[in-house]
Design a protein around this ligand. Structure first.
Ligand code: ADQ
Length: 498
């Protein structure tokens, strides 16, 4: 069975690209290479497009089929409906949700155009796997064109309660198209339940809990918490200690013996960057003895700068960091550093390993891969502590982190303090449990499990299975972490949906 992956953005790999480790894009590429297949989506370019214009590039047994968007399509489908309506809505930010009928029409139009182009490329027994909120109605459009293949969808971001979804005009029409899939994957059981409830209350679907029946179709809805390449990341982090990257060396020089708290996010309001900076300031005010002894490094490369809310966030984070540094800093100590650059995987792994605390406090997040990367990068003999928002999907799996409510700056401030003061035995105990979970549910597990379920290989598992992982004992982890292998340099993760 050939695999067909569809995502908003498609990056065609360089012909001479070395084998890479890590990342969702890489995992999908591997799945495609195993079965042979097709990856379809937007090239990332803007052009004067005719509706069926598709460029095809062969790389081994995988065909990359891409189409450009017109400027009008980019405005309505991508910046408008996807990023100014669906993104804030799905992250429970109704106040930021901007609905324009023209944008919605553009969104439907691009999905229709993609379906028309893709339908001509599909073979009868292909498995089709669609990714993310840009492409919700694509399967329904494919069905209208007579495509009867098995079609799956994975939603990378949260799916909110029906009351929230219902605020979107035309929400019932839009979300009923979810029933055109054979399998819908969500990050958490909460998201899966929210979707089923929404289909029942907004669209009149019937459900037995694991399946939804609507319009004569039966759709399985399940959680598949996404993972990372744990082993690849662990090796990178270990190598970063043996052979420090330039940014890590510079961090050592500038921090000296000081402790480090690290946060890494795309500059996005869902990530809670500004409240986090305020909470760090609160921590320093609550515990003046910590001043001069610890700094926060916030790595936050800008994204979607064409959307006004993102430009505003950029300004706000500069302002808050500047104010706190002016109020609390000393001539020889800067409490908060905000850097707006993308770093290599290797440099990031080095930063995580150097940091005593990983501060991951999104206001909402589908999963949050940074939380898992931070765990994977720790030194098992002297690990740091993860402080994690209860509103990140990752919190459903990573209960041994210090779980906080990001809306409560005092709670976050005290968790930072607890993390910094935690005795080594407790840090090791928590780390071992967290590491066991992320390695048992890594990116390979996720891809295999989703594809098995999509192929109908007896794999509609009870939903509970997705969050409980086999526990690896400390000895197994120690053995795994002792193994010496070459540390390959993975390229940075190409987020397929951003
Ligand atoms: P994102 O919102 O992009 O993903 P996240 O899961 O944290 O969020 O992934 C971000 C990735 O980009 C991480 O791998 C991180 O290391 C990398 N990154 C961030 N800043 C970087 C920098 N400065 N330099 C280099 N790399 C950087 C969406 C959803 C998430 C979900 C993922 C996957 O919003 O909830 O976990 O998809 O499904």
């Amino acid at each position: 069975m050939r695999l067909v992956v569809v995502s908003n953005r498609v990056t065609i790999p360089d012909r001479h690209e070395k084998a890479m480790a890590g990342g969702l894009a890489v995992a999908l590429r591997e799945a495609l290479e195993q079965r042979g297949g097709l990856w379809f989506g937007w090239s990332g370019a803007i052009g004067e497009v005719s509706p069926t214009q598709v460029r095809q590039v062969e790389r081994g047994n995988v065909t990359y089929a891409v189409t450009d968007l017109s400027e009008a399509e980019r405005q309505s489908y991508y910046l408008g409906f996807s990023n100014r309506a669906l993104w804030p809505l799905m992250h429970y930010r109704l106040g930021l949700t901007e609905f324009q009928r023209g944008d919605y029409m553009g969104y439907l139009g691009v999905n229709r155009r993609f379906a028309r182009a893709l339908a001509g490329l599909i073979r009868p027994d292909d498995l089709i796997w669609i990714h993310d909120y840009h492409l919700i109605p694509l399967a329904a459009e494919l069905r209208r064109r007579g495509i009867s293949n098995r079609i799956g969808y994975f939603h990378h971001i949260p799916w909110p309660a029906a009351e929230v979804v219902g605020a979107l005009p035309f929400s019932a029409t839009l979300i009923r198209t979810m029933a055109a899939h054979d399998l819908v994957g969500m990050q958490t059981e909460i998201d899966a339940r929210n979707l089923v409830d929404g289909l029942i209350s907004l669209c009149g679907a019937r459900s037995d809990g694991r399946h939804v029946r609507l319009g004569g179709r039966r759709t399985a809805v399940q959680s598949f918490p996404i993972g990372i390449d744990v082993e690849g990341f662990r090796r990178l982090a270990a190598a970063s200690v043996r052979k420090a990257t330039t940014p890590l060396r510079a961090t050592r020089v500038s921090l000296g013996e000081r402790k480090l708290v690290i946060s890494v996010d795309r500059l996005d309001y869902s990530k809670g960057i500004v409240p986090r900076l305020e909470a760090f300031g609160q921590f320093l005010r609550n515990h003046p003895e910590e001043r001069g002894r610890v700094s926060l490094l916030q790595v936050a490369p800008p994204s979607r700068s064409d959307v006004p809310e993102y430009a505003e966030l950029d300004r706000q984070s500069d302002e808050v960091a500047g104010r706190l540094n002016a109020q609390l800093g000393e001539f020889d100590w800067t409490p908060i550093r905000v850097v707006k650059k993308a770093y290599s995987r290797k440099a990031l792994a080095g930063f995580y390993r150097r940091a005593q605390v990983g501060l991951v406090t999104p206001m909402r997040d589908g999963m949050n891969l940074v939380a898992k990367e931070y765990i994977a990068a720790q030194d098992p003999a002297d690990p740091g502590v993860l402080v994690l928002s209860r509103f990140a999907g990752a919190a459903q799996q990573l209960g041994e982190a210090l779980i906080v409510n990001p809306f409560d700056s005092q709670e976050v401030a005290e968790a930072i303090r607890t993390a910094l003061a935690m005795p080594k035995t407790e840090r090791i105990r928590r780390f071992e449990q967290l590491y066991a979970i992320i390695s048992a549910t890594d990116i390979g597990w996720w891809t295999r499990r989703y594809l098995a379920a999509l192929a109908g290989e007896g794999a509609t598992l009870p939903t509970g299975e997705a969050t409980s992982a086999p526990r690896a004992g400390p000895r197994r982890i120690a053995a795994a972490t002792r193994r010496k292998r070459d540390a390959a340099e993975p390229s940075s993760l190409t987020m397929i949906q951003s």
